[in-house]
Design a protein around this ligand. Structure first.
Ligand SMILES: *[C@@H]1O[C@H](CO)[C@@H](O)[C@H](O)[C@H]1NC(C)=O
Ligand SMILES: *[C@@H]1O[C@H](CO)[C@@H](O)[C@H](O)[C@H]1NC(C)=O
Ligand SMILES: *[C@@H]1O[C@H](CO)[C@@H](O)[C@H](O)[C@H]1NC(C)=O
Length: 178
């Protein structure tokens, strides 16, 4: 009888702990979804996928020139090879937003078009891309379809650049909290 009374509070504690364990599965906070793909980016010539549409009068319209706005529609592929499986398009806008030309505001949608890779869904990317840094990090602010209420971040790394054609391949890693 006496022994039972002593164990009563610890039974309650055990029950509470069990309840907490059921409501908050372990490692839930650490869960992360990663998606990697490649942007095929051409910034000059007749097949350009990034095109300056306006800028400050009398100044060059370029990535290094404050106030330049670009329209962008880059194909997205599964591997660095531009002929690899198409995943979708990166569509939107770049704006050189630092007076010294170091930062570009990125505001693009990742529009998925491949049946095996989230076709019909989109991710919204927005933030400052620091042009002088190897890994550029911007926010994933939301999404649609499979990515409703998504949040996370994206990193861009230029892994290939051809200065004769201004063609770059940009590895993009999307990290989403699950
Ligand atoms: C543009 O693309 C077409 C079709 O793929 C190709 O024939 C042409 O050579 C390209 N032009 C340039 C300047 O890359
Ligand atoms: C992707 O989805 C659209 C409808 O959202 C559909 O029209 C299209 O055929 C689909 N494409 C592929 C490759 O599944
Ligand atoms: C590549 O881009 C640079 C900087 O925008 C420009 O000066 C150059 O003319 C471009 N190259 C070609 C082949 O168009």
């Amino acid at each position: 009888m006496e022994l039972d009374q002593v164990s009563q509070p610890s039974k309650l504690l055990l029950f509470v702990l069990l309840l907490v364990a059921i409501t908050i599965p372990p490692n839930e906070a650490l869960k992360e979804t990663k998606i990697v793909f490649f942007l095929q980016d051409v910034s000059s010539g007749s097949n350009a996928t990034v095109v300056p549409v306006t800028g400050i009068t009398g100044k060059p319209w370029s990535f290094r020139s404050f106030g330049t706005i670009f329209a962008v529609d880059d194909p997205i592929t599964q591997t660095p090879d531009r002929k690899s499986t198409p995943i979708g398009r990166a569509q939107g806008m770049f704006l050189t937003s630092a007076l010294d030309g170091s930062n570009v505001l990125v505001s693009i949608s990742i529009v998925f078009t491949n049946a095996e890779y989230y076709n019909g869904s989109t991710l919204e990317l927005q933030g400052i891309s620091k042009q002088n840094e190897r890994y550029k990090e911007i926010s994933v602010v939301s999404g649609t379809g499979s990515f409703r209420l998504a949040r996370g971040y994206a990193t861009f790394e230029t892994i290939y650049y051809d200065d004769r054609t201004n063609y770059s391949i940009i590895r993009t890693t999307i990290s989403l909290s699950a």
